[in-house]
Ligand binder design. Structure first.
Ligand SMILES: [Zn+2]
Ligand SMILES: [Zn+2]
Length: 217
């Protein structure tokens, strides 16, 4: 599995294209403002887009769903049921930030943690990781030692918990139980900023390391 990153937008959000090299199938994850370039890459390289998958429903990670759908009108849209209400309210989310956005197409498939999302000969294991946003999931490929973690954890930081449905204790539990249980060499691709690894964050993330007042023992 190869991960390609498309960054854009006022929030500098990362959209990801997960490509199964053996079959040329791919999955678009969190298409925000980088969706135009992401869609172009799919077309230019003749990849087979199998699904749009959303780790959570914040504006910056879903505002490009329409853009991808224009290129692939029938492609399924996957989201956790707890994230649906927020997804449908994308226009009021935009208004909160003094922005405007178009409504996004209705999701077609429910993400169920524990049930894998397969594409070609590749698959993501789905882990439930709420706390930053309702219905937040992370997508793990144990075989490829990588995970798309949305806004759960970043290089040197963690997701904000002051938006509706956010909760710091829940987020810390998600990081402890769903992220730090992965092997140290697992590469983490977050919703903002550069990729990092589980090992790097375990020893260096000030929100996690007890020495700096972080919450993890
Ligand atoms: Zn978010
Ligand atoms: Zn974000």
């Amino acid at each position: 599995m190869e991960i390609r990153t498309f960054t854009g937008g006022g929030f500098g959000e990362n959209a990801y294209l997960a490509v199964c090299e053996a079959t040329r199938s791919c999955v678009a994850v969190d298409p925000g403002s980088g969706a135009t370039e992401l869609a172009a890459a799919i077309e230019d390289e003749g990849l087979d887009l199998v699904a749009i998958v959303l780790t959570h429903a914040h504006l910056d990670h879903v505002e490009g769903v329409n853009e991808v759908r224009r290129m692939a009108p029938a492609v399924p849209i996957w989201i956790h049921s707890d994230a649906l209400a927020m997804y449908r309210a994308v226009q009021s989310q935009a208004a909160m930030f003094g922005m405007r956005t178009e409504a996004q197409p209705e999701p077609t498939d429910e993400i169920v943690p524990g049930e894998p999302i397969a594409f070609g000969s590749c698959a993501f294991e789905v882990r439930f990781a709420p706390g930053h946003a309702p219905g937040h999931v992370i997508l793990v490929s144990p075989e490829d030692r990588l995970a798309l973690v949305g806004d759960v954890v970043f290089q040197g930081s963690i997701g904000r918990t002051d938006l509706p449905g956010g909760d710091l204790r829940t987020l810390m539990a998600s990081i402890r139980e769903q992220v730090l249980t992965l092997p140290d060499d697992t590469v983490l691709y977050p919703g903002h900023g550069p990729a990092t690894t589980v090992g790097h964050e375990r020893v260096g993330n000030p929100f996690l390391v007890p020495h700096y007042g972080g919450e993890l023992a």
